[in-house]
Design a protein around this ligand. Structure first.
Ligand SMILES: CC(C)(COP(=O)(O)OP(=O)(O)OC[C@H]1O[C@@H](n2cnc3c(N)ncnc32)[C@H](O)[C@@H]1OP(=O)(O)O)[C@@H](O)C(=O)NCCC(=O)NCCS
Length: 177
């Protein structure tokens, strides 16, 4: 079963994500980062045990990012990653967000879920805000992949209007497919 995450899930989410992070498969997440973005998270639970997690982060009106997708090593290959990604897709559809993206080393997995490889330079600059925390920021070897939900209407999204005060992160256009 997939359900929204609660604060009780944070230690287990941290354990699963960071066990993969130690092997260089994904970015480490601190408790602070997990609490901060907990509303983005869903977990896969079976017989009372959380076996996987994912988060869907909204980037812009027409783009959401699949983040922190991780399955307990002992439970990989049982369709849990697919279920969690399908939750992200359903959530993007509910929010009427037409595109999902992922930065990943798991190209084959995401291809099975309908994602295609795109040039990293075509993604909006805002996507890279996490890179400051990444040890590989100067030599990023992740693959950028996108899935378009063709049943979700195209939105005439504003670009990045200047704010009267403060600094806004520029959002560059990406190439349409
Ligand atoms: C990537 C990951 C989430 C996949 O989860 P999983 O539960 O093992 O995958 P599933 O069992 O749902 O696999 C779904 C399909 O993808 C295929 N697949 C899984 N990993 C694959 C890979 N590396 N290459 C090609 N195909 C793959 C499966 O064979 C399956 O195909 P099928 O539906 O035709 O049988 C999991 O391996 C994981 O946690 N990896 C480490 C963390 C990570 O890299 N996360 C991604 C960050 S973006």
């Amino acid at each position: 079963m997939i359900r929204p995450a609660t604060v009780h899930d944070v230690p287990r989410i941290s354990e699963i994500i960071n066990s993969h992070a130690e092997l260089g498969r994904m970015l480490f997440k601190s408790y602070a980062q997990l609490y901060e973005s907990l509303r983005d998270f869903a977990v896969f639970e079976r017989d009372g045990q959380v076996l996987g997690c994912t988060a869907l982060a909204i980037i812009w009106a027409d783009l959401a990012e699949v983040r922190s997708l991780a399955v307990d090593d002992a439970a990989r290959g049982q369709g849990i990653g697919r279920n969690l990604t399908e939750w992200c897709i359903a959530e993007a559809r509910r929010l009427q967000i037409r595109r999902l993206m992922s930065l990943t080393y798991e190209q084959g997995f995401f291809e099975k879920l309908g994602f295609v490889v795109v040039d990293k330079d075509t993604l909006p600059l805002k996507v890279w805000s996490d890179c400051v925390r990444c040890p590989k920021r100067d030599g990023c070897d992740e693959i950028a992949m996108v899935r378009t939900l063709h049943d979700v209407p195209v939105i005439d999204a504003a670009a990045a209007p200047p704010t009267p005060r403060g600094v806004s992160i520029p959002v560059l256009q990406y190439v349409d497919d």
